[in-house]
Design a protein around this ligand. Structure first.
Ligand code: AMP
Ligand code: MG
Length: 378
């Protein structure tokens, strides 16, 4: 999707980030900031991003497997019916299940209450290579705890700074922290709660507590405002997402996650051994028949892998250009340079493929000679 059509006209990380002057009171929960288009456009773009996101996730996973330390943590907060569950399911459906780890945080258990409030959070952090998703989080300890007086003021007051330090450590150790607050309007929440009561298939989601919590609407708005003021840091900013349109909140979170992972510059990990040497070793143990089968598969397999990789890289370039990270003539030049690099790498890989094929043809001949010798020797 190019400029002038539907899609993101602004990087949603800029459009939605909670800055020091952020005011929740003035925040329009039915708006669609940074996006031009309708629900169908948002959904179509989301599907397109899904392919890219799943590729990037696989690279992160691969990096974790070979000893990398990076991971991504998505913290999802919001009042009942804001769409936390829907968003997490949606994001998770786009990537390989083994690459994501979901944790939902409810009222602390007896054991959890014996520990520091971050204890259960630390235990749930994503391991290297994973995308962790928190459905509610340590922020409940300055939200519900503050609103419902579950701890004395001086206890929750100091938690904002503690949280900031905790997240700074996380980031310093290689975790990218993304914090999403889904903000629904009071009217829309009423409509969604009513739907849960009306539909037999949704009643399980309803709890009598939801109405009591809704009754503390203003106190929650104040508590959220304090969270944005005190914990939207340079290292772990809050993205406040208007949530009256579910398609928009999904599109926004998908886009922010994709953009973030593009910026992580995830490549395929390079092994510290030479595939040409390894191939010699492996072939010494293979029959000529197996080697021939492998040779006939080589070109097709490798060609499509190279082409897929190049198309992902091209899409990464396009996404960055679309979202207006750069503009005008310098944008065109940068785009051309980036695409030229992709093409050059592709050519290099095809050259390697040619050498691979030559090596394998030689290995087949060697195996045949070896087998002839063995037969004659018997
Ligand atoms: P739900 O997300 O609808 O399943 O509800 C989970 C409930 O757990 C919400 O009512 C939260 O307020 C509550 N909860 C989560 N974390 C805490 C916490 N640290 N202390 C007290 N209640 C919590
Ligand atoms: Mg609930």
């Amino acid at each position: 999707m190019g400029k002038g059509h539907s899609g993101w006209t602004e990087d949603p990380r800029d459009a939605l980030r909670a800055r020091p002057d952020f005011s929740l009171e003035e925040f329009d929960r039915g708006a669609t900031p940074g996006f031009r288009g309708r629900k169908s456009d948002g959904k179509a773009l989301g599907r397109q991003r899904g392919t890219l996101l799943s590729e990037l996730q696989e690279r992160l996973f691969a990096e974790g497997r070979i000893g990398g330390s990076r991971s991504v943590l998505c913290v999802v907060q919001g009042l009942d019916t804001a769409g936390k569950g829907g968003v997490t399911r949606h994001v998770m459906s786009m990537v390989d299940p083994q690459g994501v780890a979901l944790h939902s945080f409810g009222p602390p258990t007896e054991e959890e209450l014996k520990h520091h409030f971050l204890w259960r959070i630390r235990r749930a952090l994503p391991r290297p290579g994973l995308i962790g998703v928190f459905d509610r989080s340590h922020y409940e300890d300055v939200l519900v705890v503050r609103v419902d007086d579950l701890a004395p003021r001086d206890v929750w007051e100091q938690r904002y700074d503690e949280i900031n330090r905790f997240e700074k450590d996380l980031v310093d150790c290689g975790t990218v922290v993304l914090k999403f607050a889904l903000m629904v309007s009071q009217d829309e929440q009423g409509v969604r709660l009513m739907e849960r009561l009306d539909r037999p298939d949704k009643r399980w989601k309803f709890s009598g507590n939801d109405v009591r919590t809704r009754g503390k609407w203003n106190a929650y708005q104040e508590a959220y405002q304090a969270v944005f003021e005190r914990t939207s840091t340079d290292w772990a900013p809050w993205y406040v997402i208007p949530a009256d349109h579910k398609w928009y909140s999904r599109a926004a979170i998908t886009e922010i996650l994709t953009q973030t992972m593009i910026d992580m510059d995830l490549g395929w990990p390079q092994p510290d051994w030479d595939p040409f040497d390894m191939r010699e070793e492996l072939a010494a143990e293979m029959s000529s028949r197996a080697l021939k089968a492998s040779l006939s598969d080589t070109v097709d397999n490798v060609k499509s892998a190279i082409a897929e990789d190049a198309s992902v890289q091209r899409e990464e370039v396009e996404v960055q250009v679309e979202d207006g990270d750069v503009d005008g003539a310098s944008a065109k030049a940068e785009e051309r340079a980036a695409l030229a690099e992709v093409t050059a790498q592709k050519a290099q890989r095809f050259a390697e493929l040619t050498r691979t094929r030559q090596q394998k043809e030689r290995l087949v001949e060697q195996a045949e000679a070896r087998e002839t010798l063995a037969r004659e020797g018997r």
